[in-house]
Design a protein around this ligand. Sequence first.
Ligand code: HEM
Length: 217
Amino acid sequence: MNKALLHPAAKPLVFLLCLLPFAWLVYGAFTDGLGANPAEHLIRATGDWTLRFICIVLAVTPLRVLARLQALARFRRMLGLFAYFYVVVHLLSYGWFDQGFDIAEIAADIVNRPFILVGFAAFLLLTPLAATSFNRAIKALGARRWQALHKLVYLIAGLGLLHFFWMREGKNDFAEVAVYAVIVALLLTWRVGYYFKKKQPKRASPAAGARGRSPAP
Ligand code: HEM
């Protein structure tokens, strides 16, 4: 599997797969295939895909470790940028079809509707992650600071869930929200466990003791 993931065609293929939902929506928009309320369909579908890509990005490390798929790491940046791509399309669809690009209306809506405010906060937090996903930025920030910044993705996932939950509250329909919440909770729990496992000091081997090395202070 690692071999297949390292194949030169793997990245372009994953890129096309990630673009497929967008292409499907564009096709639907031009063929009257988005149902009775195309604007709502577009906003909701791009919101769903943003959350899905955030979950996929969070799943990369667990899958890499548990399934020993080291090569998965080379797709993480692309997957993260697709999460950003879908949230930008989500925001633009909302701004255009819901608010007619009226900046004053949009600003008022962000302030007045808590679920929009939370979504907007998640978008704002996702922006520096997308902007620093390039090698130059990683070098400029340094690996430690870059890693600390990119841990924000867990907060973003939480805000995305809260945004979704709040939106569905009015309809009393939480089934899908619950599925995403369980996925994010499982991924976060695994990550916390992995963090502590990595932090544990490695036990000195008996062979080292036999050679008479003094223990670390
Ligand atoms: C990381 C950021 C975001 C995520 C993960 C996200 C996710 C979602 C999800 C999952 C839905 C529900 C889709 C469904 O019902 O199937 C949704 C709906 C929606 N979101 Fe977002 N969103 C984000 C940011 C934003 C932003 C920045 C705005 C606007 C400022 C926004 C505005 C909306 C609106 C207007 C709806 C539809 C409400 C309705 O149809 O009643 N979202 N979003």
